[in-house]
Write a protein that binds this ligand. Structure first.
Ligand code: NAG
Ligand code: NAG
Ligand code: NAG
Ligand code: NAG
Ligand code: NAG
Ligand code: NAG
Length: 698
């Protein structure tokens, strides 16, 4: 989440690098023999599901299903008689940590885990949600989701205790970058303890019991690897994501994998890993960081497209919350298109072949993206409609609920005309109160204007009237947004205050304390019933065919022309314009990274869905110096010449040393330095779409 206007903090201006770009590499987007060798079998059709009310109001939906009091039963002869089995409400579950708890689910949900045949059994979140061995029907089934924020990508306001401990450190922990530095030698132990305890298997059972059926899980690129001196804990969060996949299967919860923190930072906010400048599709390292990002999306895609996994992780979010004003629509769109080409090259197109792919709208709303890549195979538009960050708001909640309801018509129109829309984040907050919501030790606009936020932060003082306002607000949002993911499932306690200090963002607490609905289906029709429904428009459940993997998936030619060149699309800061051919770039000669398969799944999974995908990984060109991944905001690091990859004549000193507070000045492209080999212009500036050729041989 996030959303203050971006403020430059100059944090990345700590190194001066000489750079030079290179010659020789392939086009963006890997190209593969498309037809997937791996059996991408289509799910069995779901049978006997209740409709979740695509066509109707709440009345028919809410008829509750009596909980079957099944005892736990063994599914098959199992190597793990303790954890294996299945059951309904009242049965006893043993978790992967050997913790025992009673499964309680008033909506007819079941859990199931069969270690012998793990991929053909699954829990069911509720009687009205298809299990993972059944098909999810877009337009009929509704995503009622929640984010697992603050877990695999930490945020000060979600896990304040982690950051409070290092508030006095040097540097002060303000984002995961500085937190990792502050933890120092304890990083692995402390961060893994957080992963192990903040979200556990039991949360998946509780999420199903709350009537929810999807989770969105933010993850940082360091789940795959870190490079050079990036301080994040590498690879460990992936092991926890893999656990979440097995929990999702056991309890029947689907997962949206959300790449939330990208190399160089895509928004300059703390939850991108590092707050400060934006160096992704922007600045001297904008192209190289984007190429790295493509490589990470590739590893994720290969993992989650495997049979047995793809049913649990049916959606991949490309990039969380790019800061539109700083990066620009063309740069965003061209990265999205390159990603989609790469992903569909791996998975093939059409229903059942790899994940749906979601892109974030940069807070511009669906009208801004009308027609974007129209015709693309299973492309999803993601918006994060927050009301919290538009100034020191003292309006009554009811008025803001009307605002939320007013979004419903546009969502329904876009669903009919373009494709699937989700609201990947939203909250109950209509002001920016919440401890460290605006960053560590940063006061928000409300506190600055009115002096105190404590009445919104200490939920223990809330009365029934206020809780009802929040509950109504939840219902209005859920009704208008339809396919939605609340941000977030849990806010951790502050050690200083002794309670969770951003309660308007805390789903689980709201459930317990009465400001979140016990059954989210009751939201159906809320806006209409309360006369909030200006501009309401019904969506009849029929998406354009390409949106759900039906016939005619082809991106309109005008769109591929507009967004087909990733390097040329980088135009920020303004000094880049005209110098794109000098942007540092990577080359596809590395070893691709296959994500680790948990030991218990090693019999069934390789981690790599498409054995024909053998293109080299995007890596630095040997012998060419690069600016640091976060340092490209400064014109002084922009190369003046191409690098041929042998270090010969590579580094050309910048024309001038920047003054301490440089005003960005246009950099004239310098003539290429003489080298021993032929210099070419940067091939990354070549068009990126169309059937891609195999990249440069490793
Ligand atoms: C489990 O094993 C026992 C004996 O080894 C056998 O009698 C039984 O049929 C098996 N059950 C299943 C579900 O395979
Ligand atoms: C859980 O208990 C079983 C035996 O009851 C044991 O084999 C297994 O190693 C334990 N797992 C953990 C994570 O402690
Ligand atoms: C379960 O999987 C096994 C092999 O993994 C397969 O033989 C069996 O037919 C599957 N059963 C069902 C009900 O899908
Ligand atoms: C958080 O604080 C509340 C009191 O506000 C307490 O009841 C709860 O147990 C605490 N949670 C944790 C995980 O310590
Ligand atoms: C959107 O369409 C759905 C399905 O027809 C309907 O239930 C809902 O009320 C509509 N929302 C708005 C805000 O019009
Ligand atoms: C400085 C900074 O990046 N602050 C952001 C930290 O994250 C919160 C929550 O997402 C934002 O509101 C801040 O703007």
């Amino acid at each position: 989440m996030a959303e203050k206007p971006y403020t430059s903090q100059g944090a990345a201006r700590n190194r001066k690098w000489l750079w030079a770009s290179l010659a020789a590499l392939g086009v963006v987007g890997i190209a593969l023999g498309v037809g997937l060798g791996v059996g991408l079998n289509v799910n069995k059709k779901g049978a006997g599901k209740d409709s979740a009310g695509a066509a109707g109001g709440p009345a028919g939906d809410v008829a509750s299903t009596a909980p079957p009091a099944n005892p736990s039963t063994p599914i098959s002869n199992t190597t793990d008689p303790v954890r294996g089995g299945s059951g309904g409400s009242g049965s006893v579950v043993t978790s992967d940590l050997n913790v025992t708890f009673t499964y309680v689910n008033e909506f007819g949900g079941t859990w199931a885990y069969d270690p012998v045949n793990p991929f053909n059994s699954s829990g069911r979140a509720q009687s009205w949600t298809p299990s993972l061995t059944e098909e999810w029907v877009w337009g009929k089934d509704i995503v009622r989701g929640v984010n697992l924020g603050g877990w695999l990508v930490t945020e000060p306001f979600i896990v304040p205790a982690l950051y409070e401990k290092y508030n006095g450190a040097t540097p002060k922990a303000v984002d995961e970058y500085t937190l990792s530095q502050a933890m120092g030698a304890n990083l692995a132990a402390e961060m893994e303890e957080h992963y192990k305890t903040f979200i556990t298997e039991k949360d998946f059972a509780d999420i199903a019991a709350a009537g929810l059926n999807w989770v969105r899980i933010p993850i940082g690129f360091w789940a795959i690897e870190t490079r050079d001196d990036e301080p994040y804990l590498a690879k460990v969060s992936w092991a926890y994501f893999a656990k979440a996949i097995s929990w999702g299967r056991k309890y029947g919860i689907r997962i949206l994998l959300d790449l939330h923190a990208l190399p160089g930072s895509q928004n300059g906010w703390n939850h991108s890993g590092r707050s400060g400048t934006i160096n992704w599709m922007r600045g001297a390292m904008g192209l190289a960081n984007a190429q790295r990002s493509l490589e990470y999306l590739r590893s994720f895609t290969e993992y989650i497209s495997q049979p047995g996994i793809k049913e649990v992780v049916p959606m991949l979010g490309l990039v969380n919350e790019v800061l539109y004003d700083q990066v620009g629509k063309k740069a965003m769109g061209s990265f999205y298109l390159a990603s989609i080409d790469m992903i569909r090259g791996i998975t093939g197109s059409g229903a059942g072949n790899g994940p749906l792919v979601a892109f974030h709208d940069g807070f511009q709303g669906p009208a801004n993206w009308a027609g974007f890549l129209s015709g693309a195979d299973r492309l999803v538009m993601d918006q994060h409609p927050y009301l919290a960050f538009s100034g020191p708001n003292q309006n009554p909640w009811e008025q803001q609920t009307g605002q939320a309801c007013s979004w419903g018509g546009g969502i329904n129109d876009t669903s009919s005309s373009w494709g699937i829309m989700i609201s990947g984040e939203w909250s109950l907050a209509i002001n920016d109160c919440g401890m460290w919501l605006n960053g560590v030790d940063v006061k928000g606009s409300y506190e600055t204007t009115y002096g105190s936020c404590v009445q919104f932060e200490d939920w223990r003082t809330w009365d029934a009237t206020f809780k009802q306002s929040l509950l109504n607000h939840a219902l209005g949002n859920m009704d208008a947004l339809q396919n939605n993911f609340f941000w977030t499932w849990r806010i951790g306690n502050s050690t200083v205050r002794g309670y969770a200090p951003s309660p308007m963002w805390h789903y689980q607490l709201g459930l317990e304390q009465g400001w979140m609905p016990k059954d989210p289906r009751v939201a159906g029709g809320y806006c209409q019933q309360n006369s909030y429904c200006q501009g309401c428009a019904k969506f009849d459940g029929t998406y354009p065919a390409s949106a759900t993997g039906g016939a005619s998936q082809a991106i309109a030619a005008a769109q591929t022309a507009e967004y087909g060149n990733m390097a040329q699309a980088i135009v920020s800061p303004a000094w880049i314009v005209g110098s794109q051919s000098l942007l540092p770039t990577l080359t596809q000669t590395g070893t691709p990274i296959t994500l680790a398969v948990p030991a218990e799944s090693a019999k069934w999974l390789t981690g790599w869905a498409n054995p024909n995908d053998k293109v080299g990984a995007w890596v630095p060109v040997g012998g060419c110096p690069y600016p640091g991944p976060y340092s490209g905001d400064d014109a002084s690091v922009m190369p003046r010449a191409l690098c041929d990859g042998n270090g010969v004549g590579a580094a050309q000193a910048p024309a001038a040393v920047p003054d301490p507070t440089p005003t960005p000045t246009p950099v004239a492209p310098a003539p290429a330095a003489p080298t021993t080999g032929p210099l070419t212009t940067n091939p990354a500036a070549a068009p990126t779409t169309g059937p891609a050729a195999p990249a440069a041989a490793p």
